[in-house]
Design a binder for this molecule. Structure first.
Ligand code: TXA
Ligand code: MG
Length: 308
C-alpha cells in the first residue's frame, strides 16, 4: 500500500457512511457527499448553510458516467464533455432519479455534472464509484477555498475529512453550461473560456448568468469577503486609498497581475488574506482583458463588490 491509498480509502468510508469530505479540484476545493444519499445531502446543505432549493454539482470520475447520471443527454453535451473533461466545465442535463437524489438538485429534474481535473479528486471518485455531490467547501455566500487549509478554516469540525491536494491550479469555479434547451446556454462564466465553447459548438453561446435562473453562484451576494469591495481602475487606486484612509478606514489593495491566469489562481487566496488582515475596504483592480479566464475573475469581483 502506498502512502496515498490510506486517505482515499478513508475518505470513501466517510462518504459511504454519509459523511462529508473536503477534496481538491483544479477550480476550488469541494465539500463532498454521496449524491445518492438524501441524509448525507441534508447534512451537506446544513453545514454549507445553503438553502435546500439550490442545486449542487455532482462530480464523476469519467465522461462515460454522464449518461449514467444524466437523462436524455444531447449530442452537444457529449461533444463538450469529450473536449473539456476532465476540466472546469459543468454540464446541466436531465437527472436520473435513481442515481442522483432529488435533494442534490433542490428537487429539480436537471443535474449539473462535471469531471474535475485533479489526480486526488479522480482517485477519490474512482474509488467511490458513484457521483459525489459537492459545492465549493466554504460557507454559503463566502469566498471559495483554494487550499485544504481554507477548508479547515471555514468548516472546522463540520467536515469529517479533508484531502490535501495542494493549491487549486485554476482558482475560480467551473463554467456552467445548460444543455437541456434547444441551444446550450452559459449559466456561469468560469474556467473554460467562452471562445473555446464557441469553437466546439460552432458559434458563440448565449449567457443566462443572472436573473431568474436558480443558480446561487449567480446571486450578487456571492463570493464576498468580510471587507467591503470596491472596483477601481489601476490609475485611481492611490487617490481612492488616500481618501478612505483619511476617513479612518483600513484599506487593502488587490492589484491585477498582468497574467489573468495568475489573477484567477491568487484571487480567493488574496481576498482571504486581506480579510485576515482586518481591512475595512478592499480596492480591487479588475483584469485588463474581458475574455477567457479574465472574464471569470471580473465576474467574481463584480459579485463581491455588489455584496453590500
Ligand atoms: O468549480 C466548481 O464548479 C466547484 C468545484 C467544487 O467543482 N463547485 C462549485 O459548486 O462551484 P457551487 O455549489 O459553489 O456552485 C454550483 C453552481 C451553482 O451556481 C448552482 O446553482 C449551479 O452550479 N447548478 C448546479 N446544478 C444546477 C442545475 N441543475 N441547474 C442550474 N444550475 C445548477
Ligand atoms: Mg460556491
Amino acid at each position: 500500500m502506498t502512502a496515498e491509498v490510506g486517505p482515499i480509502a478513508e475518505a470513501v468510508e466517510v462518504l459511504r457512511a454519509g459523511g462529508l469530505v473536503g477534496f481538491p479540484t483544479e477550480t476550488v476545493y469541494g465539500l463532498g457527499a454521496d449524491a445518492a444519499n438524501p441524509a448525507a445531502l441534508q447534512r451537506l446543505f446544513a453545514v454549507k448553510g445553503r438553502p435546500t432549493d439550490h442545486p449542487v454539482i455532482v462530480h464523476v470520475a469519467r465522461a462515460a458516467q454522464l449518461d449514467e447520471l444524466g437523462r436524455d443527454v444531447p449530442d452537444v453535451a457529449h461533444v463538450l464533455a469529450t473536449a473539456c473533461w476532465p476540466g472546469p466545465l459543468t454540464l446541466v442535463v436531465g437527472r436520473r432519479a435513481d442515481r442522483v437524489a432529488a435533494a442534490a438538485t433542490g428537487g429539480r429534474d436537471t443535474v449539473g455534472i462535471r469531471v474535475p481535473d485533479h489526480p486526488v479528486a479522480i482517485a477519490l471518485l474512482d474509488a467511490f464509484g458513484g457521483g459525489i455531490a459537492a459545492p465549493s467547501a466554504n460557507r454559503f455566500g463566502r469566498v471559495s477555498p483554494t487550499t485544504a487549509q481554507h477548508v479547515r478554516d471555514d468548516l472546522g469540525a463540520d467536515v469529517d475529512l479533508v484531502l490535501d491536494g495542494g493549491p487549486s491550479a485554476v482558482g475560480v469555479e467551473s463554467t456552467i453550461v445548460d444543455v437541456t434547451g434547444e441551444r446550450p446556454v452559459i449559466l456561469r462564466v468560469g474556467g473554460i473560456p467562452d471562445a473555446r465553447l464557441a469553437e466546439l459548438v460552432g458559434g458563440r453561446l448565449a449567457h443566462r448568468t443572472s436573473g431568474e435562473v436558480a443558480a446561487p453562484g449567480t446571486l450578487p451576494s456571492h463570493y464576498a469577503p468580510n471587507a467591503r469591495v470596491e472596483l477601481v481602475a489601476a490609475e485611481s487606486v492611490e487617490a481612492r486609498a488616500g481618501h478612505l484612509r483619511a476617513e479612518g478606514l483600513k484599506v487593502g489593495v488587490l492589484d491585477a497581475p498582468s497574467d489573468a491566469g495568475d489573477y484567477a489562481r491568487s484571487l480567493y487566496h488574496r481576498l482571504r488574506a486581506l480579510d485576515r488582515d482586518g481591512v475595512d475596504v478592499i480596492l480591487a483592480v479588475p483584469p485588463d482583458a474581458a475574455e477567457g479566464i479574465a472574464a471569470a475573475v471580473a465576474d467574481r469581483l463584480r459579485r463581491a463588490a455588489s455584496a453590500r
